[in-house]
Design a protein around this ligand. Structure first.
Ligand code: NAI
Ligand code: HPV
Length: 524
């Protein structure tokens, strides 16, 4: 039974769903890196929020891990390239906490506009400082939105409802989408010059790190108020402190910090500065949403192979997963056959889906072909890391769909470019579930690719099969099944035999038989 570790505080519904779906689950939060490394090897799945850091080191110790599920949006605490290289799927829940986070940004905007935390502190201290607190209205003001994705567009919608003008900077925002959202598309400099409030809603990337740098803060309107509910690192914290101290920036509200947990910061205690401890996603509703979603997604993957919201692997719905599963088995066998037969100097590979197969999501099928192919080099390869490994090796991968049905109602053909020219193999599913090879290097031959096999290419000539049978028999090798195909009578013939004992010690004898061109021991 697969085992899941929940390592950050999560709504109890997550554990409940894991158990209902037949998984074992442990909830162990607050572990140090070393404590996590000591236990992670036991688990197939790891469910996290933002506190657990899934580093290369943690992944290296996670020898059984198949999936990391992020109950939330940001995955900057997960080393995705390392997870991919190790074949671990990383998934998040991109929508479950977005309304809640947008509402937090709006809450912080009002807190800044009316200095609510300071007014509260003063009132509860019995001071009744009615004249000290003079706020600003938001109506009619301009909100500068940096990042107009999922959360940014909800913030924009709420701000428009508050009768604000919204100016948005997002390189991926199309003019049409800006019109649909009711916002003005702007350059960053235009936004900085116009905004009375600025709110950030981008991930932390090389292009967004310090997007509010000292230089850009200097381009803002005097008296601007800034909100960051996205990621620490989007604002240069030292420059922000200086701008607050000088009075250029009237207020700033940060939910996120460069270093978290932020137990100390030069910003703390600065007039006009408000902070919350990464609470953007912390509402009952959002936490129930993300806990349910992440548990369902992870359970789907561990129990059925379905992938939803995969960040390093194509999505495959739990409904489609059972349909695709037999194709994955076929694809992996065909990839493996090609890998075992022609693995020298592979430069290009094409995966062609024909008939019913052409209706399916091709990405996982291609991933499985590559996994089969690359397993010749490494036994830790799977459909998650295979595409990355293939890219690393400079293998050019092409996918082709062919809606028409040929001789078979469904077919996968794998063609590779080798030093000897193009080679292709093809397979189908019998009864929609049993993988069957139907063609090898242009020769029709039907075979189950299973267990230990012997592959022989020879000149079609009378008596050959008898001699081969005798040679194997004398070596104590029992033949299970026997599959034969040939280009034309007397031409090149292919033999695929399943065998009960290893044929490796007998390969030289088979190779020495008259008419034999190629001999290989295969295993599936
Ligand atoms: N404080 C909290 O508790 C929470 C924080 N977040 C964070 O909020 C952020 C936004 O989340 P979503 O809206 O769901 O993401 P999203 O991916 O839907 O939107 C991000 C937007 O940023 C834009 N963008 C990327 N590079 C940009 C650049 N250089 N300049 C301007 N825009 C750029 C993208 O085009 C995209 O439209 C993420 O970093 C996420 O981790 C999300 C949930 C809770
Ligand atoms: O979903 C996100 O990106 C968040 O930042 C929320 O973080 P949390 O799950 O509250 O630790």
């Amino acid at each position: 039974m697969p085992k899941v570790l929940i390592s950050d505080a999560m709504d109890p519904r997550a554990a409940q769903i894991f158990r209902e779906r037949g998984l074992e689950v442990d909830e162990i939060t607050g572990k140090t890196k070393d404590e996590l490394i000591a236990i992670i090897g036991d688990y197939d799945g790891l469910a996290i929020r933002s506190s657990t850091k899934v580093t290369k080191e943690v992944l290296a110790a996670a020898t059984n891990l198949k999936v990391v599920g992020r109950a939330g949006i940001g995955v900057d605490n997960v080393d995705i390239p390392a997870a991919s290289a190790q074949g671990v799927v990383v998934m998040n829940t991109p929508f479950g906490n977005s309304i809640t986070t947008a509402e937090h940004a709006i809450a912080l905007m009002f807190a800044l506009a009316r200095d609510l935390p300071e007014a509260d502190k003063s009132t509860q201290a019995g001071k009744w400082e009615k004249n000290r607190f003079m706020g600003v209205e938001v109506t009619g003001k301009t909100l500068g939105l940096i990042g107009a994705g999922n959360i940014g567009s909800i913030v924009a919608d709420r701000a428009l409802g508050l009768k604000m003008k919204v100016v948005a900077y997002d390189p991926f925002l199309t003019p049409e989408r800006a019109v649909e959202m009711g916002v003005e598309k702007a350059t960053l400099d235009e936004l900085l010059a116009k905004a009375d409030f600025i709110t950030l809603h981008t991930p932390l990337t090389d292009s967004t790190r310090n997007i509010l740098s000292a230089e850009n803060l200097a381009k803002t309107k005097k008296g601007v108020r800034i909100i960051n509910c996205a990621r620490g690192g989007l604002i240069d914290e030292a420059a922000l402190k200086a701008a607050l101290d000088s009075g250029h920036v009237a207020g700033a509200a940060l939910d996120v910090f460069v270093t978290e947990p932020a137990k100390e910061s030069p910003l703390f205690g600065t007039p006009g500065f408000i902070s919350t401890p990464h609470l953007g996603a912390s509402t009952n509703e959002a936490q129930v949403n993300v806990a349910i979603q992440v548990a369902e997604q992870m359970a789907d993957y561990l129990m059925t192979g379905g992938v939803t919201n995969g960040l390093n692997v194509p999505s495959l719905s739990a409904e489609d997963a059972p349909k695709v599963k037999p194709y994955l088995a076929l694809a992996e066998k065909l990839g493996s056959l090609v890998g075992q037969l022609a693995h020298d100097n592979l430069t290009k590979i094409a995966v062609e889906l024909e008939g019913a197969a052409a209706e399916l999501n091709s990405k996982p099928i291609t991933g499985a072909v590559l996994a089969g192919l690359m397993r010749v080099y490494s036994d830790t390869v799977n459909m998650v890391n295979a595409p990355f490994l293939a890219k690393e090796r400079g293998l050019e991968v092409r996918e082709v769909r062919n809606d028409r049905e040929g001789d078979y109602h469904t077919l996968i053909r794998v063609s590779v470019q080798t030093a000897q020219g193009e080679r292709s193999v093809a397979g189908t599913l019998f009864a929609n579930k049993e993988p069957r090879l139907v063609e090898i290097f242009g020769i029709k031959v039907e075979a189950d690719l299973d267990g230990q096999m012997l592959y022989v290419v020879n000149e079609d000539a009378p008596g050959f099969i008898g001699r081969l049978g005798t040679t194997l028999g004398e070596a104590g090798v029992n033949i299970g099944t026997f599959h034969l195909g040939r280009r034309a009578a007397g031409g090149e013939a292919v033999l695929l035999l399943s065998v009960d004992q290893s044929v490796k010690p007998t390969l030289d004898k088979v190779q020495a038989l008259p008419g034999v061109k190629t001999v290989k021991a295969l295993s599936f």
